[in-house]
Design a protein around this ligand. Sequence first.
Ligand code: ARG
Length: 466
Amino acid sequence: MKNVRGRFRAPLDPEALTYSTSLPVDRQLYREDIAGSVAHVKMLARQSIIPATDARRIIAALRGIEKEIATGRLSLEARGRGRNRMAADDIHMAVEQRLREKLGSRAGVVHTARSRNDQIALDERLYLRRKVNETMGGLRLLQRALLAVARRYEDVIMPGYTHLQRAQPILVAHHLLAYVEMLQRDIERFRGMLPRVSRSPLGAAALAGTSFPIDRHYVAALLGLDGIVENSIDAVSDRDAVIEFVAACAIVMMHLSRCGEELVIWSSQEWRFVSIGDAFTTGSSIMPQKKNPDIAELVRGKTGRVYGDLMTLLTVMKGLPLAYNRDMQEDKEFLFDAADTVVSSLRVTAKMMRTVKFRRDRFEAELEGDPLLATEIADYLVRKGMPFRTAHGITGDIVRSCGDAGRSLSTLTLKEFRNYATAFDRDVLALLSPRASLAAKRSRGSTSPAEVRSALTRWESRLRRS
Ligand code: ARG
């Protein structure tokens, strides 16, 4: 059997073959690879570069191969093994090898005016387009879940924090809507990359283009892409779209990780702020009382993977001379990992979020007279004509002496207030409740119940449309 062809006198060393094969990873791209080949062959026939009869037979065979792989009738694993140099070491070779089994040597016309270098660049872009849309779908799923929970707890208050110290009372819904906004930026980031992702590198061939009269735009149009990557060297050298996608995934994970962290601390006994549904918590093998927020923790933890994926990709690409280098094969594992992780994290977070129960009365009494209402006192003095800095100082004195005496602000009498400033009147006493603090807010986008209600309505109609 003549397994050694062309310029080589020896087959690839078996260990070198195992080391270099990418089939176990890039087999995921079989649909994209076949779609790219079908479009390429259609174009070749249309341009009279190959006979129409070859094109028809090849396209039918490719569709058959796609079915064989989808149904598991064709095992790709076996293709990557063997001692011969022609062993399929990537998805492109595996598909072409099967094509040759079906059609004989005429199958070889498929690779006219094409190289695996532009082929893989195309496959990745088709994959990215699919994953960008899937990720946007996941983001919307979580937005909807957050919005449903926000609506359910529309009028429930909680302390808002800065530096993880109680800062000012806020509405739970307001806090959840902050995540909805973040995720919207994520959606826009993914949508924004589509015009850069949706370009066809095919026809760049190895790097210099081809002497055949191909029509690159026709291939792009057949694949529903927006256009071509113009420069043939850039087309095969560039992995920006991959990196941009994974960078956006890293930002999504950062957002999810903050959400996961909040669920972890909110559900602790120290906070007793929420409970997460049993379906998203686990017990301990030794401590019977435990209910652990494992899923929220894992979302936080998997963020590290995706950051790692991004760092790996940037490092693989750093310093590579133009054009294609085999190093670039290393990108797929990390691209796939980031895409799978972000989509599954979004889906599981959305499901978990819907099971989160806020304790409605948790803070109702506790926040009466709490120092987190101090801003209200300072603002009050300002409305009475005092410069804010002075008001801030006086209020600080009040909070400190209440703290020293172990008293709540709401136990202060008007007389005591007047010891600090004569500007105080009876109406100051009504300010020292968290509800009054919320109702006093006037600014657009604030936590005032009216603002939050209209934000909820705005988001609900926006998400209904998307
Ligand atoms: N499988 C390779 C990759 O994923 C593409 C093939 C190009 N290989 C080559 N030796 N020119 O990057």
